[in-house]
Design a protein. Structure first.
Length: 370
């Protein structure tokens, strides 16, 4: 197979894998393409909830045609027994002659063992095809495995002068319908949507994906040390149907037993988090807790105090801004809370990835500078 063909089939495997973003945690979103004599005979992607994996689905579709074929997989096939048998065993048993992967899986249970098992079975292995693209797709999974926390995207929708509401609190709607629809698409590609307690109290949001024809919803996260949230609000009323995790302080008295029982009765999951020196939830401890629960990609939509704490802690991997052509003035509510930045050298820097018009608004996307 030529280099161009390897790249073309791997690009397809990557596109299949992306379909699982936000839907397969804690597993990686993987795509697999089976090719025989230059013709695609099988395709698969990680299923909802993380299993079955991409490889057995593609092999099932290929059937007998898999014998002597090449398998293109966007991540090293697993080589350990989990809730499903190893994908390396399935590839070997199907008679695959060549496996091409985009990157090695850093999970200690796999890391190189999958490639080694395939080679030991006499299968030709090539890795590193479209590795940079694969690493971007797998950024959330890689963050959880390597750093123990999910990848965090912070979204801010603001006026031209960086305000999210007027002085009276009016905020619906600063940005237009096209931008709001895109935000829903972004929610869909994340495992969870996070807001602070202030936003939950002020807006009574649902934090769901709407109007896109999806049935699977991200986990809704609210960070509030004392969980002083309305128990008759929309989040509480929908907790039994749509996952709701409440991040609260772990100190005695942060969450009284009766409140814990009430939220549990609603169907919410209460997650204790260490409290930092500021008296608020420690942002690093919060993300560590979410990583421990299996989340790989979190989409934070504010408010200002939570966003500022995450930025100050160096935990924001990507910034997404929607800027509207409206100015609200200094009396408007700022998109970010106080950060204590006295010198420019002390501010986190992000590199511009994209800037484009979305309806009447401007989308600008930034990645944290390494």
């Amino acid at each position: 197979m030529t280099e161009a063909a390897d790249r073309r089939f791997m690009a397809l495997a990557l596109s299949l894998g992306r379909r699982g973003l936000g839907r397969v945690w804690p597993n990686p979103a993987v795509g697999c393409v089976i090719v025989k004599d230059g013709r695609i005979v099988g395709r698969g992607s990680t299923a909802l909830g993380g299993r079955p994996h991409a490889e057995p689905q593609a092999l099932q579709q290929a059937g007998p045609a898999a014998r002597g074929a090449a398998a293109y997989v966007s991540l090293e096939p697993c080589a350990h027994d989990g809730q499903t048998p190893p994908c390396t065993d399935a590839l070997i048993a199907a008679g695959i002659a060549r496996v091409v992967t985009a990157m090695e899986d850093p999970d200690p249970r796999v890391s190189g063992k999958g490639h080694a098992a395939l080679k030991a079975a006499g299968i030709a292995v090539r890795t590193g095809v479209l590795a940079d693209e694969a690493a971007r797709d797998q950024a959330g999974f890689l963050s959880r495995i390597i750093h123990g926390r999910p990848r965090l995207t912070l979204k801010l929708a603001a006026s031209f002068d960086g305000r999210i509401a007027t002085a009276s609190g009016e905020s619906q709607w600063i940005t237009g319908p096209a931008a709001r629809r895109m935000v829903h698409a972004m929610r869909m590609r994340h495992d969870a949507v996070l807001v602070g307690g202030g936003t939950a109290r002020a807006d009574d949001p649902m934090l769901t994906v709407r109007d896109l024809g999806v049935t699977h919803q991200p986990v809704r996260l609210v960070a509030s040390r004392h969980l002083n949230l309305p128990q008759n609000g929309r989040l509480a009323q929908s907790a039994a149907q749509i996952p709701l995790w409440l991040l609260h302080g772990d100190r005695p008295g942060d969450l009284p037993t009766k409140d814990h029982e009430t939220w549990a009765a609603h169907g919410a999951t209460c997650v204790p988090v260490a409290v930092g020196p500021s008296g608020q939830l420690d942002p690093a401890a919060m993300l560590d807790a979410l990583g421990g629960l299996g989340l790989t990609r979190v989409f934070c939509e504010g408010g200002g105090a939570l966003a500022a704490s995450l930025l100050n802690a160096g935990l924001v991997d990507e910034l997404v801004g929607f800027t509207a052509g409206i100015a609200l003035g200094a009396e408007g509510q700022p998109a970010l809370g106080a950060m204590g930045v006295a010198e420019l050298d002390g501010a986190a820097r992000f590199d511009l990835v994209e800037a484009t018009a979305v309806g009447d608004d401007l989308l600008h996307r930034w990645r944290r500078r390494n």
